[in-house]
Ligand binder design. Sequence first.
Ligand SMILES: [Mg+2]
Length: 260
Amino acid sequence: MTPNKKRFPALLAALAAASFATTASAEAPAQEATLCDQQAYAMGLRYQQQSAEIAALQRQGFTLATLRLEQAIERHGEDANLAIITDLDETVIDNSALLVRDMQRCHDYTAWDTWLHWEREGEPRLIPGAADFLAFADAQGVAIYYVSDRYQENKADTLATLEHLELPQVSDDSVLLLGPPKQERRSFVEENYTLVMQLGDTLHDFSEAFVSSVPLDEQHAQVEANAERFGVDWIVFPNATYGTWEEAELEAWEAPFLTE
Ligand SMILES: [Mg+2]
């Protein structure tokens, strides 16, 4: 989860308006269509929740993570004190049901004012491949730290959610939630272990260079600067539903508009 208090941009309003114009000029549908700005989120949500491609990409990510962890274990030897850090939301667990519910009610989920309720009572699904990868790390004696910006006040609920999903090494000490910045929580792990892998859906799961206050062009430059880490010790998972990119300007082809 990425708290972002900015409200949806003019772009979303324009998209919804364009969608309305199309509907109005076409044959009126039998059912009453309810249109609101938040429906601009539908395509990303449909991809994230329903596409087989997302499930395949997620499995691909965990297959790569397993391979890289095997290599790290071999490189460091059996007695090494290895650890991995994984994010939770949209990396290990899928919260799209909340986002879809809010979108369908024309509520902007990026206000994150329905999130606390979801942390307490929601039933997120496991991301495909996550349980097998974490079981592998556990069986290999690698310490697992769940570093997430879920809220500390709901920690008991998040622990219960992770235990219900039967994830390994879930404890008060291994689940590090919002309070200290992520970098501070990463440093805590690095002081006590050899950190060999991080997994996340948002680039600030990996480094302070990608926090939301860093402009997107600088984030792109940082991706280039860290190119050798992606797919090696930084394993990134797809999330089309929210992120620090969500208010970025789109670029369009400037040719004359022509239909044939
Ligand atoms: Mg996440």
